[in-house]
Design a protein around this ligand. Structure first.
Ligand code: GLU
Length: 305
């Protein structure tokens, strides 16, 4: 019984370069949340994009997690090796009549879109959904389409562990979204729901930049008959000048930070930012286990010092 209710958390880094403070922040808190409850932790390398990811970065991500003192159970899962599972889920959505080809170029997509309510990304107006079969055939002679999923005219709500109630009207706030790119690569939104289910993930802890992806993922889970994990979206860690952390902020990349700090010093700074300790002292993830609780975590974005 106890085993059955055990939390399975996950690390899901995108290995397109060295990890930065923002990735470490999510990884540390995901690990603390699962392990402090006696749960399991699995690792998935989100290396779907062959242009941006390579084995060297995957190896580096694993070394970096280990260096920090974060461990995981089972063999790591590589998304680049799981295409057949995404293809199966895609076919299932196709069987449900939800998939259509989109021939819009990037410029046409921008023109056919309005800004997303909560994160500023584009809401596609669904113009390719209305193409007649002969129009599709004509366009297919010169263009390779991307594949979109038709979203419903309804709201999806969930209760986030940290952000509370969150809801979105998929058609209005998000629009039909791409599940497979024109070069054949399956989209993150599809891969993530297939993999979270396959890997038995019951708790997803990640940055609040992904909060607005969650209604899409919950809806795909429903369509595919997959269970819903619990979600906790963390406040973002911002650069000292208030910028969002990105891979280009080399100063906050682990490679640079390692020259300045030991692993327990970095963990201590993150734990201090998470309100788990009252000053930024050196501490190991293991030592933080008894101190972790969701109630202590701050809700607003934080600045890394
Ligand atoms: N791979 C994503 C990232 O590194 C995280 C995806 C997720 O947690 O669902 O930002």
């Amino acid at each position: 019984m106890e085993r059955k209710n055990r939390i399975t958390g996950r690390f899901a880094p995108s290995p397109s370069g060295r990890m930065h403070m923002g990735n470490l922040w999510s990884c540390l808190l995901a690990w603390l949340s699962a392990r402090s409850a006696g749960g399991r932790m699995v690792l998935r390398l989100e290396d779907l994009d062959p242009d941006r990811c390579c084995q060297k970065y995957c190896d580096q991500v694993m070394r970096d997690l280990e260096w920090l003192g974060l461990d995981w159970d089972n063999e790591p899962v590589y998304q680049s090796r799981r295409t057949e599972f995404y293809a199966e889920a895609f076919r299932e959505l196709e069987r449900q009549g939800l998939i259509y080809p989109c021939f819009c170029t990037r410029a046409e997509r921008m023109a056919a879109s309005a800004p997303h309510r909560s994160d500023g990304t584009a809401v596609y107006d669904g113009r390719c959904r209305r193409l007649a079969p002969d129009q599709r055939d004509t366009l297919a002679k010169t263009r390779r389409p991307a594949w979109r999923v038709r979203v419903p005219e309804s709201g999806i709500s969930f209760t986030d562990l940290l952000q509370g109630e969150f809801s979105e009207h998929l058609a209005q706030d998000c629009g039909d979204f791409i599940l497979r790119r024109s070069d054949g690569v399956y989209a993150y939104q599809l891969a993530v729901v297939v993999d979270d289910a396959c890997m038995g993930v019951t708790q997803v802890v990640r940055g609040s930049d992904l909060l607005s992806s969650t209604p899409r993922q919950l809806w795909l889970q429903e369509r595919l008959g997959l269970p819903h994990p619990q979600y906790g979206h963390l406040p973002l860690l911002l650069a000292p000048d208030g910028r969002r952390l990105a891979k280009r902020d080399r100063d906050l990349e682990l490679g640079q930070l390692q020259a300045q700090y030991t692993a327990p010093e970095i963990v201590g700074r993150l734990a201090f930012a998470a309100h788990l300790i009252d000053c930024p002292r050196a501490v190991t993830p293991q030592e933080l286990l008894p101190l972790f609780s969701w109630e202590k975590l701050p809700r607003g974005d934080l600045t890394w010092m």
